[in-house]
Design a protein around this ligand. Structure first.
Ligand code: SF4
Ligand code: SF4
Length: 428
């Protein structure tokens, strides 16, 4: 490989408040206009005809299954999640009702972008951006809860602990994630108090309670680009970013999407695609709901996550996460190569019952490993009822099948959605 031609530089603020700004070089062969990665008409069409729904509802059948598998396979992970869920309970409640808080000051009507940005950095957020709140990304279940009078989205990324993250998949990494969620809740309370004091309203999405997917708005506000691993790759900490959005009616100026070269870089890199233990990541992007993205195969991911502490190998092995975007892009410009690719430092990981996997080696799982219920719990119960009826030959057997169906359906409807993975899947 050889040195690449420089296309353009992206100037970004330093990693933490007070740090010098950085210049990220984007090689000419990696340039791609962000506007060409979205089709607005398609996003609108899918939103209207096939509205988004929370995974906790759309895939509720596997949530309970995942919990049972995790309890058997890794009870210490269950214990850790339970601890964090308990600690997060007040925060979940606060986030859910944050839109009901009343402004405490008098609004001036002036543009407060600079003041909000500075306040957010001062509090400890690592990336801050502004964009239009795109209501096409609200889950069906949330439509009644999201305020209609808050047109702007403040996108806020918080860095998760570096050292813990490099041990993925592990309990240590899950602690890093749980601590980041707790910190997000603390910071959001402070920022919302600030917005309310300026005389404006705010409503928080994340941690633990989300209006819908947040990455599209982070991309629109120039805070990174979507990686093949399905995660936001932000300039300073790649996918080691925990995301939050605060909706507001304060007057702000919107940022613009930025071409960091990530879209095409992923096409050359492919490390997460090659290292995923479940072979759940697709190397090639396709058009899905108006966005050009690599679609993750959920059925191959959840069984791995359930057994191996939430997995996250796709986060760990990403060079942009491990080394940062600037060193990764500097290296690409200089050599045409992917920093760390092919080295154990970047690509190796360990699974407790399977051992250590250096570059080129992957664990093998049988078909049984991936067998899990898919879709909604209710649909699953109806399917079971139909099968039971087909097999029943007497009136008594049919009544038993009916009784089992009724009990299971009542239980499912009462239960709502199952909380898994530290409450991140909470949908009701
Ligand atoms: S979490 Fe694990 S199984 Fe799922 S996509 Fe990432 S690496 Fe693959
Ligand atoms: S590992 Fe490589 S291909 Fe995967 S998201 Fe990171 S940069 Fe893109």
């Amino acid at each position: 490989m050889a040195r690449r031609l420089l296309g353009h530089n992206v100037n970004r603020r330093g990693r933490t408040n007070g740090d010098e700004s950085i210049e990220i070089p984007v090689a000419k062969d990696l340039e791609k206009d962000p506007a060409t990665m979205r089709r607005e008409d398609e996003i609108t069409f899918y939103n209207r005809e096939y509205p988004l729904e929370s995974f906790a509802i759309a895939e509720s059948a596997s949530a309970e299954w995942a919990g049972t598998v995790r309890d058997e396979f890794s009870p210490e992970t269950t214990k850790l999640y339970e601890k964090f869920q308990k600690e997060m309970e007040p925060a979940i409640d606060w986030v859910r009702h944050s839109g009901e808080l009343q402004p405490t000051g008098q609004p001036t009507g002036e543009d407060v972008t600079v003041s909000l940005r500075e306040k957010a950095y001062e509090l400890g957020y690592g990336e801050v951006g502004f964009t239009r709140f795109d209501r096409r990304y609200i889950y069906q279940v949330r439509r009644k809860d999201v305020r209609a009078d808050l047109p702007h989205a403040i996108c806020l990324a918080l860095e998760q602990d570096y050292v813990g993250t490099q041990t993925l998949p592990s309990l240590e990494a899950e602690v890093a994630q749980g601590e980041a969620y707790k910190r997000q809740a603390e910071l959001a309370e402070k920022l919302v108090a600030h917005i309310n004091a300026l005389g404006y309203s705010a409503q928080v999405s994340g941690p633990t309670w989300h209006f819908g997917p947040m990455i599209p708005m982070f991309v629109e506000s120039g805070l990174g680009q979507l990686g093949v691993n399905g995660q936001l790759l932000s300039p300073h900490f790649g996918s080691r970013a925990r995301l939050q959005i605060i909706l507001t009616n304060a007057k702000v100026t919107h940022d613009k999407p930025v071409d960091y070269g990530i879209h095409k870089f992923c096409e050359v890199c492919q490390v997460c695609f090659m290292r995923c233990p479940g072979r759940a990541i697709q190397g090639q992007r396709l058009w899905f709901r108006g966005v050009e993205k690599a679609k993750l195969i959920y059925k191959r991911c959840r069984p791995v996550m359930a057994r191996y502490s939430g997995c996250g190998v796709c986060m760990k092995v990403c060079p942009i996460q491990k080394y940062g975007l600037k060193p990764t892009m500097d290296h690409y410009l200089e050599t045409g190569e992917i920093l760390g690719k092919g080295t154990s430092n970047l690509e190796a990981y360990e699974l407790p019952d399977k051992g250590y996997f250096r570059p080129g080696k992957l664990p093998v799982f049988g078909a049984e490993f991936f067998r899990m219920p898919v879709g909604r719990t209710e649909d699953h119960i109806v399917e079971g009822y139909k099968e039971g009826l087909a097999e029943a030959s007497t009136k008594e057997e049919r009544e038993k099948v009916w009784e089992k169906y009724r009990e299971s359906m009542e239980k499912a409807l009462q239960q709502g959605t199952t909380i898994v993975d530290m409450g991140m899947d909470l949908a009701n």
